[in-house]
Design a protein. Structure first.
Ligand code: CP3
Length: 340
């Protein structure tokens, strides 16, 4: 599998390509499938529907990898944090902003409640061609904690940052529980047949270095170490979105095999801060994927040139927007790989 070889450090040309949120509402067949589920969480937890959603973009585009159809908020959902997706409003949770609440959640039963996700992984693996990789994933503990502390999206991560400074030991307990649960959940995905794993720490931006080290780097390092201790040797991609130059420290200290770039750090100045030949992924602006237009090919080529001297996986700097025309995805894959 080209994706796995690249993530393990082998430069490949053309690079492998997959796209964050490649399954989703920009695809009419996804919307049709989604309408058959009883809400988004039911959709994620039904292996027949989730496997089909995972495979839909693979049928349409010659991508090198599928990403499991699930969500980073399934862990708080399974722990009993009251996760629901309100149509047009995004995720809502019951605020878990005290030690008593955090300790009262069902952490030990959570992974078992997500057994259907592992079932989805094995179904997809059984259907995917041998040269296509399947990526399993979870949220980074800090990002998941921001939703749990904010009761949903936490603007500027204000609730989480307040707790981090006011009651550092409470945040640490929450992060500890998330580290343990996330590690066990990823071990299950690996055992079910995933070929690579990714940690989405999508709300890593604008943290002072000591807090970034404590809330993003350290929990990630412990998850990677836990996977290795469990005998899981799959490549792990880390995505500390918005971390800027601190992403280089994350790459050096967490043990991840590859770093996913966003739009701010997909440039030579940042790559110079990384260990030599450290595998990287991503950077293409989802707005340009939506726009298409005259500047599209030059930006694809800039990223191909940026990645030419090291192991590089083509991807976006953040997830596909729902208004993206599917033809633009086909155009991107064609430009990167020459495949139709
Ligand atoms: O990439 C993929 O195709 C795999 C599946 C995937 C989803 N969410 C499916 C999804 C992945 C990897 C995620 C990760 C995720 N979920 C993140 C981190 C990545 C990022 O975008 O920064 C975050 C922050 C979440 C939490 C979440 N889930 C949000 C904020 C939303 C949007 C709410 C909304 O109403 O749009 C979701 C829902 C969600 N997760 C959708 C999909 C396809 C849309 C749900 C729908 O069909 O209505």
């Amino acid at each position: 599998m080209k994706l796995v070889r690249t993530l393990k450090g082998e430069p490949t040309s053309p690079p492998p390509i997959w796209l964050m949120r490649q399954a989703g509402r920009y695809l009419p067949e996804y919307r049709e499938l989604r309408a058959r589920a009883n809400g988004f969480i039911d959709f994620c937890l039904r292996p027949d529907l989730a496997a089909e959603a995972t495979l839909q973009p693979m049928r349409r585009f010659p991508l090198d990898a599928a990403i499991l159809f699930a969500d980073i908020l399934l862990i708080p959902y399974a722990a009993g944090a009251g996760v629901r997706f309100v149509e047009g409003e995004g995720p809502r949770l019951d605020k878990q902003d005290s030690l008593a609440r955090i300790e009262g959640l069902d952490w030990s039963g959570a992974v078992e409640k997500l057994a259907n996700v592992a079932e989805t992984v094995s179904r997809v693996r059984a259907e995917l061609p041998a040269d296509k990789a399947l990526i399993g994933f979870a949220g980074g503990p800090w990002t998941v904690a921001t939703y749990m502390l904010g009761g949903g999206a936490d603007p500027d991560r204000w609730s989480a940052r307040l707790l981090a400074w006011r009651e550092p030991e409470t945040l640490d307990v929450l992060l500890d529980r998330l580290v343990e649960t996330t590690t066990a959940y990823l071990v299950r995905q690996a055992q079910a047949g995933a070929n690579a794993l990714k940690l989405f720490d999508s709300w890593s931006e604008a943290l002072p270095e000591p807090l970034f080290a404590r809330a993003v780097i350290e929990p990630t390092r412990r998850i990677v170490a836990g996977l290795r201790a469990a005998g899981i040797t799959l490549p792990v991609i880390g995505f500390p979105r918005g971390a800027g130059n601190l992403a280089a420290r994350y790459a050096r200290e967490t043990g991840v095999d590859a770093l996913a770039l966003d739009m701010t750090n997909a440039n030579p100045g940042f790559l110079a801060l990384l260990p030599e030949a450290f595998p990287v992924q991503g950077g293409f602006d989802p707005a340009l994927l939506t726009a298409g237009g005259p500047l599209f090919d030059a930006e694809v080529d800039r990223l191909l040139a940026l990645g030419a001297k090291r192991p590089y996986v083509f991807n976006l700097g953040h997830g596909i927007s729902l208004e993206t025309p599917p033809e633009h995805v086909a155009r991107l894959v064609r430009r990167v790989t020459g495949r139709e």
